[in-house]
Design a protein around this ligand. Structure first.
Ligand code: HEC
Ligand code: HEC
Length: 339
């Protein structure tokens, strides 16, 4: 019957129009990405994940992320699963299972990759990026992409990214920059800040406090043999300072900082001045040298400044020179997460 048919068509059209705005948002976002504010985002709950095969993989990824040293740490019984070189957990840095804004959260991360990464000078997949932290923050070896552990990490991060469109601009990703003092960091003053504010948990020697049970830490080390290596993002002063200011002491959030910007800068200067494992081959990082974050503590550099100044600042002169050399608006910006 023609009436019913056209009624059906009209209904169909109305339905299409009703769903259009949402679809159009995503389509039009090709030029102008949607913005998702992670500081107002309700993270998913791991207890809601199902018992089917995909749920099991997500829950294994969550376990790997939060209990890393007992799963793939250097001291576990199963030698074939020893991938980390230290006893840190991913969550020791990516707080609250990767859900804390400005603690390098991994919510929405799936839609941020593949991504050009200056450190490798090429397009990285999410698996490559996870292995970046495996080889540096965990001072370990890369997980083969077809290994169950890698698939679990990726499934977990996919689950964390549910509801966030591919390529969205994420507010709350990475770390929040500090207001950088116009001087080099003062590690001697940083040592005082450390003694008063950090050592009650992380210990006078920075070695942390081991967990009562198992391989991990109650308070993780900030330097020394069981810490991240010198190629890790946390080994750069501006990343460590931003992280500390907006997340430490534990319980601090980006909008309730306890330290001053200057104290965060100095305490980070003290921490990056300590001994930690050294990664080989770091001279091959950042093949486009002028894309190197200005606080990278290892050379070679293309801007003529010393290693010492790259390690502790002052950074304004370096930034100005690199800006002159490249024309980049924010040269040597911290390489500390999706934005
Ligand atoms: C109340 C205890 C406490 C205090 C005080 C504290 N932290 Fe932490 N910190 C922690 C805990 C616990 C973690 C690991 C968090 C987790 O696993 O959920 C951590 C993690 C970290 C990390 C990342 C993990 C690592 O091993 O590097 C850094 C960096 C850090 N803290 C720096 C600092 C600095 C700098 C200070 C002083 C300004 C400080 N913390 C004060 C408890 C504390
Ligand atoms: C010592 C601290 C630390 C630990 C431990 C750590 N990470 Fe990271 N991670 C970082 C920092 C800092 C960044 C930001 C990039 C940078 O500066 O290198 C980062 C970035 C990432 C990113 C990219 C985030 C983005 O926004 O683009 C992923 C994915 C990631 N880490 C996964 C992991 C996994 C998986 C583990 C455990 C196997 C882990 N990380 C352990 C410090 C850490």
């Amino acid at each position: 019957m023609p009436t019913t048919g056209s009624h059906m068509q009209r209904l169909a059209l109305i339905l299409i129009l009703a769903t259009l705005p949402a679809a159009a948002d995503l389509v039009l976002s090709a030029g102008q990405p949607v913005t998702i504010d992670l500081t107002g985002w309700t993270p998913p709950n791991i207890t809601d994940v199902g018992q089917d095969a995909s749920g099991t993989l997500i829950r294994y990824g969550y376990l790997l992320f939060t209990d890393t040293p007992n799963q793939i740490g250097p001291d576990i019984a199963d030698i074939s699963r020893r991938f980390s070189g230290n006893n840190l957990a991913c969550q020791n840095c990516h707080l609250r299972a990767g859900m804390q804004p400005y603690a390098m959260p991994l919510i929405g991360i799936q839609g941020q990759f593949p991504q050009y990464r200056a450190r490798e000078g090429r397009i990285d997949t999410l698996g490559d990026r996870i292995n970046g932290c495996m080889e540096r923050s965990m001072n370990g070896r890369p997980l083969p992409l077809d290994k169950r552990e890698m698939k679990a990490f990726i499934a977990f991060m996919g689950w964390l990214s549910n509801g966030i469109p591919t390529g969205a601009r994420l507010v709350g990703a990475g770390t929040l920059r500090i207001k950088e003092p116009q001087r080099g960091a003062d590690p001697a003053h940083g040592a005082e800040v450390y003694r008063e504010t950090c050592s009650p948990c992380h210990g006078a020697t920075g070695a942390g406090v081991r967990a009562k049970n198992g391989a991990g830490y109650q308070f993780p080390p900030l330097w020394g043999v069981d810490s991240y290596n010198n190629g890790a993002g946390m080994a750069r002063i501006l990343t460590a300072a931003a992280y500390a200011l907006h997340n430490m002491p534990l319980g601090t959030t980006f909008n309730t900082p306890l330290l001053t910007d200057a104290d965060a800068y100095d305490v980070a200067g003290y921490i990056v001045s300590q001994q930690r494992p050294r990664k080989g081959g770091l001279d091959r990082d950042f093949p486009v040298r002028l894309q190197k974050p200005i606080d990278t503590p290892y050379g070679p550099y293309a801007d003529g400044f010393t290693q010492e100044q790259h390690r502790l600042g002052p950074f304004a002169p370096i930034r100005m020179k690199v800006r002159q050399m490249t024309g980049a608006a924010d040269p040597g910006a911290p390489d500390n997460g999706s934005r």
